[in-house]
Write a protein that binds this ligand. Structure first.
Ligand code: PEP
Ligand code: MN
Length: 345
């Protein structure tokens, strides 16, 4: 349930409400907002009695049960967008965010060259996998720790923040030492041990939609991370599995506005994995901007034909520059609509 305090309720009033929540056997999960404090409550007990009593407590405007099965990530819990600051980027804020880089970190030369080029073209976050989930056990599995070190070096040289995948709960602490955002890949969206561990990793999380996961399942997975203590979660649509074979996956573009209606978490679109083919990445990136995503994550490689993974969908550096240039007008419109949204709110 959530307890929405009156605007400018005093600290004493908030503290007293928290005390009463405890007396009913519930736990305060989180307190968000400054001017208007919203208290998230978890636990099992007599909800009706608790709600009635809290509603009559000084400083409380409304006490409500959240009807969605995902509680803390739902729009019912929080109407304004979650904003997540990483490096010089704010995800969910007033700028459309571009994360770009190779599928896998392959060498110092490859990651440095890509990082410098994508930073110059307007990206603020560098992607690159050090731990790679591969369909075949015989394919390149990633540089692991050495790859993380190279990413940190690239961050130092360019000022880009780093997003990189963590595949197992036992690697979370290691990856969190180097990464600014921990990426959870599609294949791990429902790895609940991993999701629980992310609750205490101290870093923002980008949760990718599973290959055959519904939007509700994606939100339930995000709820795991938030319920375990980490509210800095962003969601990523990366295409889903359908009968269609013309593209690697089917880009569920409508997932973006659907998620924007259901959750306050930022939404990122991954056109690269969604389509699997270089020539289709720019039009889907345009769609990401037009449909109101908070940002995109794109694969870029200095020499895609030599890439150890996902070369066919990786943009060349020149291709990325061109795409970023072409997106400028669309991003200007995106900004205008974000401004209007803020004014309306
Ligand atoms: C990736 O980002 O390189 C990746 C493996 O993505 P996904 O988990 O969406 O397949
Ligand atoms: Mn990839």
């Amino acid at each position: 349930m959530i307890i929405s305090m009156r605007p400018h309720a005093t600290k004493q009033e908030v503290d007293y409400v928290c005390e009463r929540i405890g007396e009913f056997g519930y736990k305060v999960h989180s307190i968000v907002g400054e001017e208007r404090v919203v208290i998230g409550v978890v636990g099992v007990g007599d909800v009706t009695q608790c709600l009635e009593s809290l509603e009559a407590t000084p400083g409380v405007e409304k006490a409500m049960r959240i009807s969605a099965p995902y509680k803390f990530v739902s729009k019912e819990f929080r109407q304004d967008r979650t904003r997540i600051r990483v490096g010089r980027a704010e995800i969910g804020g007033d700028s459309f965010i571009t994360m770009a880089g190779p599928c896998s970190v392959e060498s110092e030369k490859q990651i440095m060259e890509t990082a410098e080029a994508v930073a110059e073209a307007g990206a603020t976050i560098l992607r690159g996998g050090a731990f790679k989930p591969r369909t075949s056990p015989y394919d390149f599995q990633g540089m692991e720790g050495a790859g993380l070190k190279l990413l940190a070096k690239a961050r130092e040289a360019t000022g880009l923040a780093i997003v990189t995948e963590v595949m197992s709960d036992s690697d979370v602490d290691l990856v969190a030492e180097y990464a600014d955002i921990l990426q959870i890949g599609a294949r791990n969206m429902q790895n609940f041990a991993l999701l629980k561990k992310l609750g205490r990793c101290g870093r923002p999380v980008m949760l990718k939609r599973g290959l055959s996961a519904t939007i509700k399942e994606l939100l339930m997975s995000a709820e795991y991370v938030v319920a375990h203590g980490n509210s800095d979660v962003m969601l990523c649509e990366r295409g889903i599995r359908t009968f269609e074979t013309a593209t690697r996956n089917t880009c569920d573009i409508s997932a973006v506005p659907v998620l924007n209606e259901l959750t306050h978490l930022p939404v990122i679109l991954d056109p690269s994995h969604a389509v699997g083919k270089r020539s289709l990445v720019p039009p889907i990136a345009r769609a990401a901007v037009a449909v109101g995503a908070d940002g995109m994550i794109v694969e870029v490689h200095p020499c895609p034909e030599k890439a150890v993974s996902d070369g066919a969908q990786s943009l060349t550096i020149e291709g990325f520059r061109k795409m970023m240039h072409e997106l400028e007008g669309y991003i200007a419109l995106w900004k205008e609509s974000r401004q209007e949204e803020l004014v309306l709110a």
